[in-house]
Design a protein around this ligand. Sequence first.
Ligand SMILES: Nc1ncnc2c1ncn2[C@@H]1O[C@H](COP(=O)(O)OP(=O)(O)OP(=O)(O)O)[C@@H](O)[C@H]1O
Ligand SMILES: [Mg+2]
Length: 227
Amino acid sequence: MSTILQASDISKVYPSGEDTVTALNHLSLEFDAGRITAIVGPSGSGKSTLLNLLAGFDVPSSGNVTHNGNSITAMPETTLASYRLAHFGFIFQNYNLVSILNAQENVELPLSLASVPRLERTKRAKELLARVGLGKRITHRPNQLSGGEQQRVAIARALATNPSVIFADEPTGNLDSATGSGILELLTGRSEGSEARTLILITHDMEVAARADKIVKIRDGRLDSGA
Ligand SMILES: Nc1ncnc2c1ncn2[C@@H]1O[C@H](COP(=O)(O)OP(=O)(O)OP(=O)(O)O)[C@@H](O)[C@H]1O
Ligand SMILES: [Mg+2]
């Protein structure tokens, strides 16, 4: 099994008024290619911070993150932006959909950035929205969609470029368990018989965590090795 992503001794300290908050405290972790890892832990334990650092949306205060041996941490922002686009898909805890774009346009966005021709990206966006059960909602803007529907648009968007790694912050949080289970299949790519995708997800849902190959527990910004 090969390591696709590696965090080495990463810490994240946020300024907080006069004080600081240590969200991650010297954490080291490896992720195997093609596997599902579930990150679990109490609210405020540092899960979203960890995911943001792994995906290169934020830089650690110290330590290093590498993807296939390439240091994400050392990359200049411009290089990193195209690197993320080529390799990573991200589903944010608050979805981060673009409010003035409709569902289809939101899903097409990463494809436009990757210079995929219009016809192809429209086809791909429609296909993905149908796969997440939103075939009849493609012209709805985020404020015209329910929370679970917005979540599914965010999932379709993350899948659009067919990334080798998907990071997902509570991807099934607003979905019922049957929908959530279908979404999980879609995220892993295992249902398509395509090459296995690496999936790193944060979840409070023990049913979802149980389907992961590995569970990582975080507490107070550290790995929780206890029960
Ligand atoms: N931008 C920021 N500035 C200051 N403090 C922050 C910032 N982002 C997060 N924190 C703090 O860092 C800690 C970890 O936050 P994080 O969002 O990673 O937690 P989490 O495990 O994802 O929680 P939840 O399950 O509620 O989403 C918290 O104490 C939080 O208040
Ligand atoms: Mg969080």
